[in-house]
Ligand binder design. Sequence first.
Ligand SMILES: Cc1cc2nc3c(=O)[nH]c(=O)nc-3n(C[C@H](O)[C@H](O)[C@H](O)COP(=O)(O)OP(=O)(O)OC[C@H]3O[C@@H](n4cnc5c(N)ncnc54)[C@H](O)[C@@H]3O)c2cc1C
Length: 506
Amino acid sequence: MKRRDFIHISSLSLAALLVEGCEVSENFDIEFKNDMSVGHLALESLKYPITHKLQTEYLIVGGGIAGMSAAFKLRDQDFRLFELSDILGGSSSGGVHGNTPLCHGAHYDLSYPSNYGKEALQLLEELGIIQYDQFSDSWKFNDKKYLISKNKESQTFAYGEFRHDVLPDGAEKVAFVELMKSYSGKMPMPTRLIDEDFRKLNNVSFLQWLQQKFSISEEFIEGLDYHMKDDYGAGANTVSALAGIHYFACRPYYTKPVELFSPPEGNYYFIKKIYDNLPKDRIATAHLVKSIREEVDGFEVEVVNAAEKTIALVSCKKIIYAGHKHALKYIFAKDYPIFQKTEYAPWVVVNFVLNSSWENTAYLSDRQAFWQNEIISEDKSLLGFVDSQAQFSTDEAKRVFTVYFCFKSEEREMMSLIGERKQVFVEQTLNHLEKYFDKSLKKYIAKVIIKQMGHAMPIPKPGYLFMDGNKLRSNKNLAYAGVDNGRLPLLFEAVDSGISAVELLK
Ligand SMILES: Cc1cc2nc3c(=O)[nH]c(=O)nc-3n(C[C@H](O)[C@H](O)[C@H](O)COP(=O)(O)OP(=O)(O)OC[C@H]3O[C@@H](n4cnc5c(N)ncnc54)[C@H](O)[C@@H]3O)c2cc1C
């Protein structure tokens, strides 16, 4: 795509990077993490020697929530898990800066109603993460310190004005909430449990469907777009009505309290809990599964060790493929057509670590800190930030702002600009925060970490949900897991997908 053409479709933050001669006023200490350099590693590995052979019963591709949940189910069996990144978690990964925990992706989950899938609930209970609460008839989180109190949950900053909700108040909102209430209790997770009667809602866009019910203003559509993009990577006109309704009706939001659980490392908390229960010698990070070849009684898999620049040939009987399906065209081309239509939204997550702990950042604002700060502005790719001041914190931890960007899939190729012009991108991002706080922040920033994810989130467009690739897979000993297998991009779906894949291979 020519840069000129790109400007027409680009969100402002990327377009700003194209402006030659755009200088920065501060040099930030920036760490750049990018999952888009896989192609380069695959190419580079053509020169690497095959140094050893391994055997295992089960091979798991990918250490996101789905792959890790599959590993947990197989923890007493002969398995190996390979994760290409140097850290587990995928879009639910996290890390630390000194004593400060960081979240590089998924940030939260909510208490689970009792009509959710028993398999995933049981796994989370076995890990000691949740327990059933008879009083509320729901599954609640055990680590109470990570619950976000209601009065700190969220605030919206729309075109320079603060308001309490993304959806503007008024008659439209009343009508919309009434409509969503009528689906409450009927939208379980995993989505495979959704009743047949509702599945036709998967064939039309959320906006089209809503417009058949009542007329909706541009301002209200902007609010809906924000919500859909925040959880599903695209606006209300792109995602299905079923996905949209599920967002607003999957928990009893309108009748009961729903707990919001957000540890400072985000959903990496779940990854760590699973990892603590696995045999460590079976899990390898910085290992790319490069190719899968069928054999008479199993598979031969080429695995690249990125650190040592070597290749291992792994013989296995069964495979759980919990990596991104778009890469199947290089790894196992035979099954690629099954997933060919899936469209992914690219995301970028930026952690700004301040140079003081949150108790000492009163200079920033005398307003109360909110956990989620939704920003609606001309820059449609920017969604806002999570402020660690509203989360549990230790004395040693610094205050962190974690900023989220969701780009259009057609912008993916141009995202390399972020790596090329990191300082400019950080300064542009900081401008948004400075508008929010109405203050210059540059001197308070100790460290910036950018995580770029090219195929971060499958977009649940009409027709996408329930397209379970396992029904069409070519080899009964290779099963697919992950949210990009006809599921909503949510933690509970990912957990369930890992469990289901193991069940299929039994
Ligand atoms: C920015 C962001 C915020 C989100 N926030 C939330 C949230 O707050 N709550 C929520 O419930 N959900 C959230 N989600 C959705 C999130 O995607 C899911 O919750 C879940 O983490 C998806 O897990 P997964 O295992 O299906 O996929 P992924 O997390 O994408 O994991 C796939 C893994 O496979 C690895 N891999 C791929 N190919 C190979 C290969 N060839 N060899 C070896 N390894 C490979 C990848 O590196 C990756 O680690 C968010 C997503 C994004 C992008």
